[in-house]
Design a protein around this ligand. Sequence first.
Ligand code: NAP
Ligand code: MG
Length: 496
Amino acid sequence: MKNFEFSQLKPKVQEFLNNEIPLYINGEYQKASSNASFEVLDPSTGKQIATASEANETDVNLAVQAARNAFDNGEWTQMPAQERSNILYEFARLLKAHREELAELESIDSGKVYETALADDIDGTIQQFEYYAGFATQISGKTTQISNDLVAYTLHEPIGVVGQIIPWNFPLLMASWKLGAALAVGCTIVIKPAMETPLSLLYAAQLFKEAGFPDGVVNIVPGPGRTVGEALTNHTDVDKLAFTGSTAVGTGVMKNAAEQIKNVTLELGGKSPAIVLDDADLEETIEGVYNGTMYNHGQNCSACTRVYVQRNVYEDVIEKLKQRASEVQVGPSMDPNSDMGPLISERQQQRVLDYIDKGKEEGAKLLCGGNKVHDAGYYVEPTIFVDVEDDMTIAREEIFGPVMVVFVFDEVDEVINRANDSEYGLASSVWTQNIKNGHYISNKLKAGTVWINTVGQELETMPFGGYKQSGIGREMGGEYGIQSYTEVKSVMINID
Ligand code: NAP
Ligand code: MG
């Protein structure tokens, strides 16, 4: 087990980590008004890797004021769409020039292995900005033909100052989902990264300036949800909130939004099903189902962790899943031999281990894994439970860790009902070579995303969001994401 030496990090990363990492308000890096700071930890070791300034309510007020001014002075909102597009595209180009620095920061801050951070998080972020750069010139309303003497059309205007709250599981990527569409339409933003993972977004702050965003268009305020998050969600000058995180906190965000009838988008939790029919291509299915749960160490809102396997292939599938899990090397995120890194925090590790204990207590059978590994850092082995009953805690609650629960089923309609029996409805996946069955099941599943013979693809071209308690609204997907950040104005002109 080998973690990185500080001296092996890129010089720009070392320089960034060596100084207290400031907030970013009104186009400037600046210290927190209270001078408070917090420790940034590497979950692979539990050791501190940096110190970051900690915002408070005063800083949120300053950031919102900057965003308000930048919105109201019109430089950004009234800028020709092509110029806004160019700035977004330039930002994507700069991210590309810094992709390895950003991947190092993402890896050591969040615990995901470096190659994944590079290919999925950072390159995914770049793609998101490139895509929405192109969308800045695609925003249009419609003209309606009422009568010869009435001209009637709609305008899609930027909604205003947006407060965005980001989780720690995909720090820069989740920020890009929110920033891309909001910036393309001309909104201004105050964004709060999670305390566990502030580094990548704060490093990228300098690139906003360099790309040419006017001051105040993007403001970054790292700090605790209970202070900074609350100040943002309660602020009377914030017009819209976009939140990704737990359903519990999302409920509070929505309550605060209700006080001022703020528009809100929520991307919340999930307990998504994977349905394996007995005609599935098993090799492809095992890889898909395994990754569908274990990707990002299970810390993934759309993880398909409830795996329903048709009886004929059940024994075969669980044997192969066990074999697949046994091949995985769990270790530090910067060690090239690691397939899977640590969980984000000691708290998250404990939460996952508690769920594993609960699974055993309630009578589920542990097929493999179940333990923490290594002395330092927050590691948990890939864990699979079989003989799981539908009402067990591990079958119903989101664990947000590398824990798969496997059920057996007989009939297609039976499994559809069981898959839908959840308070969540974020995603789902179906594995079958019979496309008619796949299509039938897909129509019946109550989930914002259905993957058939694939899993985990979250494309900027496709809307992403949840049914039921998994959320409200959609992100990405071109105009779907754009709609979240626009107000529609109806204009009628009498030309009689
Ligand atoms: P969390 O507590 O909901 O945190 C998410 C974000 O909300 C963090 O930035 C957090 O700040 C902030 N926050 C906390 N309390 C707040 C408040 N009162 N007002 C405003 N913001 C507040 O989530 P977590 O427990 O860290 O993460 C795990 C959960 O997030 C999982 O249950 C998972 O379902 C969910 N999640 C969902 C998605 C999705 O796309 N649907 C993605 C990732 C995670 P701090 O910096 O203080 O933590
Ligand atoms: Mg960290």
